[in-house]
Design a protein around this ligand. Structure first.
Ligand code: GDP
Ligand code: FO1
Ligand code: CA
Length: 306
């Protein structure tokens, strides 16, 4: 039996890795947000795809969250000798993937094919699927003006107050062929929505025309894992964004955000949520055992064994 999981970067990747532990990589397909992607210093950068790739290959830096463990920063030191454009940190080891991807895309290879080739090199059996081939850019309206995603997230450290989020290019995008075939797999048993940021990581995926239709057409349980524990995000701007967008920071808000899409929500043991099928588990993922536990609980909920 196979599963599909919709995911962003660091938070979602932990859940994807748990699913891989439980089911084996060949039974897991991850549809990954590309709304964070941008071109910086001529290099095409796909942070969420890379976060999932680094996590599944054991190359990720657990302390920093993003990037490669044991990273060195000689490139950044050299860059600073020539320019002030140093707000986005490109580690020496991480750089390899950006250089190869930029060259591959310029030579006409598709993003899906490039990711497949790199995942294969990294010994990853799971299918890592960009949500679409054509670029989609998350753009935020804030109190200091309109910001691209990385400018908001990294340059301004999520400090600006957000009043609107849009996904440029989404209307013209289509789910890739591997995305639709993963969702149409005859042995598909569930679709999961990872505990990623609903507004910045999952919404761009759902904004691709045809995506929600393909998920519904799969006819399998759709289960989300809440990114909130005790009314707070584990990391990142989810709770701050919810407040700025006028929402209560609760699992009920997450459930109503995904209404019509999900059949069940996995929440933390300490939490509550009304209005749909819920299961409780300790959902904090600090290590491999935690990731496995959360994946198993999500699978039990999908299988109605919870
Ligand atoms: P990003 O793309 O790197 O920002 O990462 P994601 O969007 O995939 O994940 C960010 C979200 O993951 C945040 O809202 C966190 O609250 C959530 N998150 C991170 N770690 C955990 C965890 O261990 N358990 C749960 N339940 N949520 C988590
Ligand atoms: N996040 C930061 O907070 N600061 C950085 O300098 C930074 C560099 C970076 C380089 C490559 C990469 O793949 C990710 C990087 N990230 C950095 C994370 C990135 O901003 C992600 O989009 C966020 O984690 C949200 O998903
Ligand atoms: Ca992201």
């Amino acid at each position: 039996m196979s599963v599909v999981v919709l995911t962003g970067g660091v938070g979602g990747a932990k859940f994807v890795e748990g699913l891989v532990q439980v089911l084996g990589g060949s039974n897991v397909a991850a549809i990954v947000n590309t709304g964070d992607d941008f071109t910086h210093l001529g290099l095409r950068i796909c942070p969420d795809l890379d976060s999932v790739m680094y996590m599944l290959s054991g190359k990720n830096d657990p302390a920093r969250g993003w990037g490669v463990v044991g990273e060195s920063w000689n490139f950044m030191s050299a860059l600073a000798e020539w320019t002030d454009e140093t707000w986005f940190n490109l580690g020496d080891r991480d750089l390899a993937l950006h250089v190869l991807r930029t060259a591959a895309l310029e030579s006409g290879e598709s993003l899906t094919a490039f990711v497949h080739r790199m995942a294969d090199k990294a010994g990853i059996d799971a299918a890592l699927l960009p949500m679409s081939e054509s670029p989609v850019s998350t753009i935020l309206t804030t109190d200091i003006g309109i910001l691209s995603f990385q400018s908001y997230f990294v340059e301004h450290q999520c400090r600006p107050s957000v009043s609107k989020i849009r996904f440029d290019g989404a209307a013209e995008a289509r789910p890739g062929r591997s995305v639709t075939s993963a969702l149409a797999a005859p042995d598909l048993e569930a679709v999961f929505v990872a505990p990623s940021n609903p507004y910045l990581s999952i919404d761009p995926i759902l904004a691709v025309p045809g995506m929600t239709e393909a998920i519904s057409a799969a006819g399998v349980p759709v289960i989300a894992i809440s990114p909130l524990i005790g009314g707070k995000a584990v990391k990142g701007p989810t709770a701050k964004l919810m407040a700025e967008l006028g929402m209560e920071c609760s699992n009920s808000t997450i459930a109503s955000h995904y209404a019509g899409l999900i059949d069940g929500l996995l929440i933390d043991r300490s939490d509550d949520c009304e209005g749909l099928r819920v299961a409780r588990e300790n959902t904090l993922m600090r290590n491999a055992d935690d990731r496995k536990r959360v994946a198993e609980a999500a699978l039990r909920l999908a299988r109605d064994e919870a």
